[in-house]
Design a protein around this ligand. Structure first.
Ligand code: XMP
Length: 513
C-alpha cells in the first residue's frame, strides 16, 4: 500500500458506505471488508485503525455476526459504532441487554453529553445532538473502560479504553444528523490512530497511473465511453497512463443532450489516444421508428449499442484489456468484490459478450463518486463533464414519451437546455440531484398572438435524493420556474404548455418512462 489504511469492518449496517466516505473525506484511505475476512488478510493490509460498523442484529441473536477475538490482540485501535460498540462490550467482558421500552432504547436525534478528556471528543462541544438507532444497550461496560458519553435516557452512550485504543459509541457519527460526527471520526483517525492524512486525489492519480502502466505493459486497452462521469474519468486516467495504447469508442446514438457529443469529443482532444466517435444517430432512429413502449426502446438501444461497439472492437482486433468505470459503491453493493463477473454497464445497458480480451481493468473500483469527480479534475477534465448529472443509457429516447423522432428530440434538447441554463443562472445546481425536461405525448390548445395553437406539453422534472432509490421533487422557486416557462414557450417551437412534476419517488419514478 502506498498510503495508510483504515478498515471498516462490515457487520451489516445500513450506513457502512457512509462511514467509509467520511473516513476518506478526512484524508485517510479505507476499505470496507466483510466481518468474516480472515485476520491474516486484514494483517496484510497493515491497518492503522479498524471501525466496526453498526448492524441490524442483537449480539445475542443466534445468527448474529461476531468479531474474531484475535482482532483485539492486533494492537490496532478500534472504534465500534452502534452494534459495533455492543460487540466491543460483549467481547471484552461487558454486558449488553435489550433495553426496556422507554428506558435506554433510543431512536433519532438525541441530546448527548461528552467527556472532553476522551480523545474521541477532544476539542468538540461537551453537549450536542447525536443520531441514535439502537434497541440494545450496554448494561455493564467491560473492565478497563470508562464512560465518556451519556444521554438522559442512557448512561452508556460512549465508552473508551484509551490504553488499548478501544472506543465505542452507541450513536452514528457518520450521519449528518450527528452534529459533530465527522469531528469525532477525525479525532479517532488523527488523535487515536495517528493518521498522516496521506489520501489525496493528486497522489492517488500518480499511484493509479503507475499501477496501470505496470499492469498494461505494452498491451492494448479498449474502453466504451458513454460521456458519463465514471467512464470519462476512467478513460482520462488510462489515457494519461498509456496514451495511444488506449482506444475509446464513443457511440453517439443521437440521444444525448444539446452539444453533449461534441463536448465529450472536445474534452478528450488533449490526449493522444485512439478516439473513435461513431455517429450512429440515423441507425438508432431507424431502429426506434414506430416504437413507443419504454422497455422496447430500452432493449433496442441496449442491443444496438452493443452491436455498434462490437463492430468497432472487431476493427481493432485483439485487445488485451477492457476498461470499465465501475466505482466503489457498485463493488460494495455487489458483495464486496466477491463477484468478478462483468457487471452490466450502468450507462450503456450491457456489455459485449465476445469482444476478445484477456482481462478487465477497473481503475476506479476503489473510489466513491465524489472522489471520481475530484480525480477527473486532477486529470484536467472540464467541469461540465466532471459534474455531469446522472443520465440514463437510453438517453432522451425515454424522455420523449411515445414514438421517438428527430424533430421531437430536437425540440426536447432545446427545452432541456433552457431549463438547465436557468438552473445554472439561479445557482441551484447543487440543490438538485437530477433535473431535465420531458416531452410528453400530449397536445393541448393554446393561444399565441391572435391565433389558436395545438401543440405539445413539456414537463419539467427535478429530484433531490442521495441514492435515487427514493427521491423528493425539488422545491424550485416560482420565479425560476416562471423564467424557464416563459423562455421555453417563446424560444422552442411546438411547445405551448409547461407543467412541473411534483411527485416524489415512490410512487413515481425519476424518469417518466
Ligand atoms: P428511475 O426512473 O428508475 O431512475 O427512478 C433512477 C435513476 O436511474 C436512471 N435510469 C436509467 N439509467 N438506464 C440507465 O443507465 C436506464 O434505462 C435508466 N432508467 C432510469 C435515472 O436517470 C435515475 O438517475
Amino acid at each position: 500500500m502506498d498510503h495508510q489504511v483504515v478498515i471498516v469492518l462490515d457487520f451489516g449496517g445500513q450506513y457502512n458506505q457512509l462511514i467509509a466516505r467520511r473516513v476518506r473525506e478526512c484524508g485517510v484511505y479505507c476499505e470496507v471488508k466483510p466481518y468474516t475476512t480472515p485476520i491474516a488478510q486484514l494483517r496484510e493490509l497493515d491497518p492503522i485503525g479498524i471501525i466496526f460498523t453498526g448492524g441490524p442484529n442483537s449480539v445475542y441473536d443466534p445468527n448474529a455476526p461476531h468479531a474474531d477475538p484475535e482482532l483485539f490482540t492486533l494492537g490496532v485501535p478500534i472504534l465500534g459504532i452502534c452494534y459495533g460498540c455492543q460487540l466491543l462490550a460483549h467481547h471484552l467482558g461487558g454486558r449488553v441487554t435489550a433495553a426496556q421500552a422507554d428506558t435506554a432504547r433510543e431512536y433519532g436525534r438525541t441530546e448527548t453529553f461528552f467527556d472532553p478528556n476522551c480523545k474521541l471528543f477532544r476539542g468538540l462541544p461537551t453537549e450536542s445532538v447525536t443520531w441514535m438507532s439502537h434497541g440494545d444497550y450496554m448494561e455493564q461496560v467491560p473492565q478497563g473502560f470508562s464512560l465518556v458519553a451519556h444521554s438522559d435516557a442512557c448512561p452508556n452512550v460512549g465508552i473508551c479504553d484509551e490504553k488499548r485504543g478501544f472506543y465505542g459509541v452507541q450513536f452514528h457519527p457518520e450521519v449528518n444528523h450527528t452534529q459533530y460526527g465527522t469531528g469525532m471520526i477525525r479525532n479517532f483517525l488523527y488523535e487515536v490512530c495517528k493518521a498522516k492524512g496521506d489520501w489525496t486525489m493528486g497522489d492517488y492519480k500518480n499511484i493509479a497511473i503507475r499501477q496501470i502502466r505496470e499492469k498494461v505493459g505494452a498491451g492494448k486497452v479498449l474502453l466504451a465511453l458513454s460521456g458519463g462521469v465514471d467512464s470519462s474519468v476512467a478513460a482520462a486516467l488510462v489515457a494519461e497512463a498509456v496514451g495511444r495504447q488506449l482506444t475509446c469508442v464513443f457511440v453517439d446514438h443521437g440521444l444525448m443532450r444539446l452539444n453533449e457529443g461534441g463536448e465529450v469529443e472536445q474534452a478528450f482532444s488533449k490526449w493522444d489516444i485512439n478516439f473513435v466517435r461513431v455517429n450512429a444517430e440515423d441507425l438508432f432512429l431507424s431502429k426506434l421508428s414506430g416504437i413507443s413502449e419504454p422497455e422496447a426502446k430500452r432493449k433496442i438501444i441496449g442491443e444496438e449499442f452493443i452491436r455498434v461497439f462490437e463492430a468497432q472492437a472487431k476493427k481493432i482486433g485483439q485487445v488485451d484489456y477492457l476498461c470499465q468505470g465501475t466505482i466503489y459503491p457498485d463493488v460494495i453493493e455487489s458483495g464486496l468484490g466477491a463477484s468478478a463477473t462483468i457487471k452490466s454497464h450502468h450507462n450503456v445497458g450491457g456489455l459485449p459478450d465476445y469482444v476478445d480480451f484477456k482481462e478487465i481493468i477497473e481503475p476506479l473500483r476503489m473510489l466513491f463518486k465524489d472522489e471520481v469527480r475530484q480525480l477527473g479534475r486532477e486529470l484536467g477534465l472540464p467541469e461540465y463533464l466532471v459534474m455531469r448529472q446522472p443520465f440514463p443509457g437510453p438517453g432522451l429516447a425515454i424522455r420523449v414519451i411515445g414514438e421517438v423522432t428527430k424533430e421531437k428530440l430536437d425540440t426536447l434538447r432545446l427545452a432541456d437546455f433552457i431549463f438547465r441554463d436557468e438552473v445554472a443562472k439561479a445557482n441551484l445546481e447543487d440543490s438538485m440531484s437530477q433535473y431535465f425536461a420531458v416531452l410528453t405525448n400530449m397536445r393541448s390548445v393554446g393561444v399565441m398572438g391572435d391565433g389558436r395553437t395545438y401543440d405539445y406539453t413539456l414537463a419539467l422534472r427535478s429530484v433531490t435524493t442521495s441514492d435515487f432509490m427514493t427521491a423528493d421533487w425539488t422545491r424550485i422557486p416560482y420565479d425560476v420556474l416562471d423564467r424557464v416557462s416563459v423562455r421555453i414557450v417563446n424560444e422552442v417551437p411546438h411547445i405551448n404548455r409547461i407543467v412541473y412534476d411534483i411527485t416524489s419517488k415512490p410512487p413515481a419514478t425519476v424518469e417518466w418512462e
